[in-house]
Write a protein that binds this ligand. Structure first.
Ligand code: FE2
Ligand code: FE2
Length: 401
């Protein structure tokens, strides 16, 4: 997994978003990172200094699902739509492990981190933390799916295990990046302490497909931009994005194959409604998150809104190949709605930062939340684009460069 997907979580702590935490930068010497998995590329260090991500509506989340239902869905005796030869081909692709030797660090990392100062340094740390959490979230989910599906469908199970290998690698690489800033995320602690959001299997398919594809488009867009504008290459991690994003692309293609094997999730009016819902959740989450962190995108020479719209449009075009309906994101009205959501979200944040008592803050939030919900609803109800299913035959497993 690569992208953050959080808005679909029921609203519990609206408006308490904080874009930074001085505590994180206050610790002079970093120490221990413990990843819970055996695949962890990190070695335990001396003392444990945990850094935590503040929980908000837009924080990357951990997911769990109904594993018994998953087992039924991937039972080849029950589901005759499972195209095992396609999954075998995908498995070979994952076994090839194109990026086995890709994630090797060098001394440029630490040197670049040491040069970074002030707000950019702070926002960079947050970028690494959030990305690491999002990648680690994918690792946990795929690892468990790999474990639970072993008996029912060993091929699909092995693909999940190999995808968890990729995500552990990504999370580990980002966490190593944090060590350049004398920090580390305690992923073992995160695994135990964070709440898990439950999604039914079909929602896991929609959400993770989108998360992988939007992750692909984010990484490749940043990579291409920095290749053309090397003066903004302030930290070497971006140089790894070209191969890295191919992992996310392959993960997305696997979910595309899973969805094709479950046509009931693609071929009726409910599937269309859910497809649009998940598209909207993912796009809005990214847009609001990124607009709270324009310093990061501007720091690497990007215009945040232009970057996001490019990613949304490309992801939507990719998604239209498999989802039965997508949003009309290329209609200028869609962006206008997103921009209004940003304005409302900024007001919500401002309420959170006042010295008012909790009751007053909550009263002030009510009309803003109502306005945000109505904006989201209006975006959802915009005439959709009918799509998908017609080009199942075009499914590709090869690399896309
Ligand atoms: Fe990833
Ligand atoms: Fe991924």
């Amino acid at each position: 997994m690569a992208a953050e997907m959080a808005l679909v979580k029921p609203i519990t702590k609206f408006g308490c978003t904080s874009s930074s935490s001085p505590r994180r930068l206050a610790c002079p010497k970093f120490s221990c990172v413990k990843m819970s998995a055996a695949t962890s590329p990190s070695k335990p260090k001396k003392k444990a200094t945990k850094t935590e991500i503040k929980e908000t509506l837009l924080t990357p989340r951990f997911y769990t699902t109904d594993f018994d239902e998953m087992e039924t869905l991937f039972n080849t005796e029950i589901n005759k739509n499972l195209n095992q030869s396609e999954f075998e081909a995908l498995l070979q692709e994952f076994k090839t492990d194109y990026n086995q030797t890709h994630f090797v660090r060098n001394k440029e990392f630490k040197e670049a981190a040491d040069k970074m100062e002030g707000p950019l340094r702070e926002i960079f740390v947050e970028f690494l933390e959030r990305s690491c959490t999002a990648e680690f979230s994918g690792f946990l989910l795929y690892k468990e799916l790999g474990r639970r599906l072993k008996k029912t469908n060993p091929v699909v199970a092995e693909i999940f295990s190999l995808m968890s290998r990729d995500e552990a690698r990504h999370a580990g690489f980002l966490n190593k990046g944090l060590s350049d800033f004398n920090l580390a995320l305690d992923l073992g602690f995160l695994t135990k302490a964070r709440k898990y959001t439950f999604f039914k299997p079909k929602f896991i398919f929609y959400a993770t497909y989108l998360s992988e594809k939007i992750g692909y488009w984010r990484y490749i867009t940043i990579y291409r931009h920095l290749k053309e504008n090397p003066e903004f290459q302030c930290y070497p991690i971006f140089k790894y994005f070209e191969n890295w994003c191919q992992d996310e692309n392959r993960h997305g293609d696997f979910f595309s194959a899973l969805l094709k094997a479950q046509p009931q999730f693609l071929n009726d009016w409910k599937a269309k409604l859910w497809s649009r819902f998940f598209c909207l959740s993912v796009y809005v989450t990214m847009y609001l998150n990124d607009c709270q962190r324009t310093a990061f995108y501007e720091g690497i020479g990007l215009n945040t809104k232009e970057f996001d719209m490019h990613v949304i449009i490309e992801t939507n075009r990719t998604t239209a190949r498999i989802f039965p309906a997508v949003l009309d994101v290329e209609n200028p009205e869609f962006k206008r709605k997103l921009d209004r959501m940003v304005e409302i979200n900024e007001k919500l944040q401002a309420v959170g930062q006042t010295d008012d008592i909790a009751l007053v803050k909550n009263l002030k939030r009510i009309p803003l939340i109502a306005a945000l919900v109505s904006e989201i609803l209006a975006a959802y109800l915009m005439p959709p684009v009918e799509s998908g299913s017609v080009d199942f035959a075009e499914f590709e497993t090869q690399l896309v460069y």
